[in-house]
Design a protein around this ligand. Structure first.
Ligand SMILES: [Zn+2]
Length: 315
């Protein structure tokens, strides 16, 4: 039996589900759900994962930037940090650079790294982000040196890591004393439940988090002043998860028709993207009153947790 990656205990952990060679295991002490074995599938796995396939084909940076500017995770970061307090920011798992582009516009000095070289290429070509690189977080200290960043972000990255505690301990060394780390993760107790439960299954998500588990993690990694915030449920959550599920079904049919693969997709191009963006804006803006009602009714507790911690000055 795999021991808990946070408390290292293996005597109390419970297997809750099995998916082929992987099992989901729960530690009651930490309230963390993890995977046995804790093995990262490699970035090639994401190439065949429909959610990321869609993302990598993105050809309209204007739509991506607009979505990023209203993203709750990013807005929460900007409510805590400004270029005057945290100028130099590193985004680990930066993807195609949506957060970095918004942060740069606000005056931050931005850096990024991602395992997926195609996403990094998109960040460079679509958004003209120069300080982004493809590679593993373990190389970061060699490239940027220690104690060099004012803020580090991991937006929906932690749940993909095979060694979350060791990763955070290393990342802590990249921050200057007093620097901030901001993390978002999917909640273990997502309520309402996902329309697409496959998104949370291993090896896609190796861990699922609770407020308690995140607080323990950040404390053990040496961070102080830890805070955890729940993201309110929004209408776009339902739209997004419905889209993922539909996409998975469509992709299954497409692969059945054309087993040669996923590369034979039409590129879409820029034509029509302006109208797509307008339509997307119209749909999401029309959801705003429903978002306010959802937040006011306190129904549901959100899909995502945002945690932050400060690196103590004496480290
Ligand atoms: Zn534990």
């Amino acid at each position: 039996m795999q021991s808990c990656p946070l408390c290292l205990d293996s005597s109390r952990v419970l297997t809750t589900a099995a998916y082929g060679e992987y099992a989901s295991v729960y530690c009651p002490a930490c309230q963390l759900q993890f995977t046995s074995p804790m093995r990262h599938p490699g970035w090639e796995f994401y190439r065949d994962y429909s959610h990321y396939e869609m993302r990598a084909r993105e050809s309209d940076p204007a739509a991506g930037d607009w979505m990023a500017s209203r993203d709750w995770r990013f807005r929460t970061f900007f409510s805590l940090c400004s270029p005057s307090s945290h100028r130099r920011v590193l985004d680990i798992g930066c993807g195609e650079g949506k957060f970095l582009a918004v942060a740069r516009r606000k005056g931050f000095d931005v850096y990024g790294i991602d395992l997926d070289p195609r996403a990094v290429e998109l960040a460079r070509t679509l958004r003209n982000l120069r300080n982004v690189r493809a590679g593993d977080w373990e190389e970061l200290a060699q490239v940027h040196g220690w104690n060099n960043f004012d803020g580090i972000t991991l937006f929906d990255v932690l749940e993909h890591l095979a060694t979350p505690l060791r990763t955070l301990q290393t990342i802590s060394g990249l921050l200057r004393p007093g620097g901030i780390i901001c993390i978002t993760v999917p909640r273990l107790d997502r309520y309402p439940r996902l329309f697409d439960p496959q998104a949370d299954r291993p090896p896609h998500h190796l861990t699922l988090w609770t407020e308690r588990a995140l607080t323990i993690l950040l404390g053990r990694a040496g961070f102080g002043e830890v805070r955890v915030v729940k993201r309110p449920v929004m209408v776009e959550d339902f739209l997004l998860h419905t889209m993922w599920r539909t996409q998975r079904v469509v992709r299954k049919f497409r692969l059945a028709e054309n087993p040669a693969g996923h590369d034979a997709q039409p590129s879409g191009g820029q034509r029509g993207s302006h109208w797509k963006l307008l339509l997307r804006k119209a749909i999401l803006e029309s959801c705003r009153p429903a978002d306010w009602l959802l937040a006011a009714s306190r129904w549901g507790e959100g899909f995502t947790l945002f945690a932050c911690g400060i690196k103590p000055a004496h480290q």
